[in-house]
Design a protein around this ligand. Structure first.
Ligand SMILES: Cc1ncc(COP(=O)(O)O)c(C=O)c1O
Length: 291
């Protein structure tokens, strides 16, 4: 079972293609699920796995994780969390929050090239994988094979595939840099830079899409498309005149938001200032309809 936001339905889509019976919980973009809503769905559908995105980058929401692990375990269900847009930029505690499987991407906050994806499993998830009765449908995502590749099963290594070795070295280095800076310091940097950006965006008359302050994802800020403007004019203007890439929404949030990513290496107040300057200029120069 999965929560479904506009875009990061890629895991549920993959699962469906692999033959899983996926039930989706749907919300209006910009909102999040209460534990109550999740519990109702768990008790109705009794899934083996519950998928949720921590940093929902298409809407700019950071989803609360407290209580979710216990809730899933009460229904004998594993909790799987996508942290592609949030790992390193927003607090998450895999063990304390009872998360069973957590994955991320190398190319966002971690600043490494795309192509590798850190993933971690709880003991509960490992037991589930080890005791499964049916074979995984895909060779590529067969965790048994992959755990052998990574030397996690205590058995001699057997050829599986050629890994993206240079990508692994880059990821390792990016994690070493993060460890040197300190994870808590990095969370703080993202939080402070986001607050700095948010305040200045509001000062030029823009409205943030996510109303509740504590639900705003520090790494990706969503701005409500200002009334009367075509969002495409604004993104094109800032790209042409400032070489700054601001994107529109994804899926149901298309036309509703402008998205600004300030994460990892790019997470600086100077960059926040540049974004605000570029947007203020775009509001002056882009066509505004009078109706
Ligand atoms: C939350 C989230 N999940 C998944 C993805 C997809 O990552 P990839 O493009 O590496 O498949 C993204 C990409 O922006 C994301 O923000």
């Amino acid at each position: 079972m999965s929560t479904s936001y506009p875009q990061y339905g890629s895991f549920p889509k993959n699962s469906e293609q692999a033959g899983a019976d996926v039930k989706r919980l749907v919300k209006v973009p910009g909102q999040y699920f209460s534990l109550n809503e999740i519990e109702q769905a768990l008790s109705e559908h009794r899934p083996v796995l519950f998928f949720i995105t921590h940093g929902e980058s298409s809407t700019g929401v950071v989803h609360p994780m407290d209580g979710l692990g216990d809730l899933c375990h009460k229904y004998n269900c594993l909790l799987l969390v996508d942290t592609v847009a949030s790992l390193g930029g927003a607090p998450i505690y895999m063990d304390k929050q009872g998360i069973d499987i957590l994955y991320s991407g190398s190319q966002k906050v971690l600043n490494a090239p795309p192509g590798t994806a850190p993933i971690s499993f709880s003991d509960r998830a490992r037991q589930k994988i080890a005791s499964r009765k049916t074979k995984p449908v895909s060779f590529h995502l067969d965790i048994g094979w992959l755990s052998n590749y990574w030397g996690c099963d205590g058995k001699p290594r057997v050829y599986h595939h050629t890994g993206p070795v240079s990508g692994f070295f880059s990821l390792r280095e990016s994690l070493a840099i993060l460890a040197e800076k300190g994870l808590e310091n990095y969370w703080k940097l993202h939080e402070e830079t986001a607050l700095y950006l948010h305040e200045r965006l509001e000062n030029i008359g823009l409205k943030l899409f996510v109303k509740e302050k504590h639900m705003r994802l520090p790494t990706v800020t969503t701005i409500a498309v200002p009334e009367g403007y075509d969002w495409r004019d604004i993104t094109a203007y800032v790209m042409k005149n400032y070489s700054v890439e601001i994107t529109g929404g994804l899926g149901p949030s298309v036309g509703m938001v402008l998205r600004v990513g300030l994460m990892g290496y790019n997470c600086t107040k100077a960059n926040a200032d540049l974004v605000v300057k570029a947007l203020a200029d775009a509001l002056q120069h882009c066509k505004k309809s009078k109706v």
